[in-house]
Design a protein around this ligand. Structure first.
Ligand code: FES
Length: 100
């Protein structure tokens, strides 16, 4: 029987890095691995490690609108994200961390 626990994070950010190699549209077409690494760098740089978790995700079903980034449990979803958009996502995370 599995253990059920409360999430240890204030917020958990999932970045879809699914890559279909051009066969069909996927988040990696918009360089989502770079979105993820830049987000991780920004979160660590602000001292949010342990509060904000950045994780790679598989396909989340909105492939034509990639890159997709979802923030849970707050139900915030960014689509069409490019590496240069990371600061906008960080701005959405900031009040969540401040509320904690
Ligand atoms: S490939 Fe990212 S949502 Fe499907």
């Amino acid at each position: 029987m599995p253990d059920q626990n409360e999430s240890p994070y204030v917020t958990h950010v999932f970045v879809c890095t699914n890559d279909r190699g051009g066969a069909r549209k996927s988040c990696a077409d918009n360089n989502s691995p770079s979105v993820k690494s830049k987000l991780k760098e920004a979160v660590n740089g602000r001292g949010w490690k342990g509060k904000v978790r950045i994780s790679t995700s598989g396909c989340m079903g909105l492939c034509a609108k990639g890159s997709n980034v979802m923030i849970y449990p707050q139900k915030i979803w960014f689509s069409g994200v490019l590496p240069d958009d990371v600061e906008e996502i960080v701005s959405a995370i900031e009040p969540l961390v401040a509320e904690d």
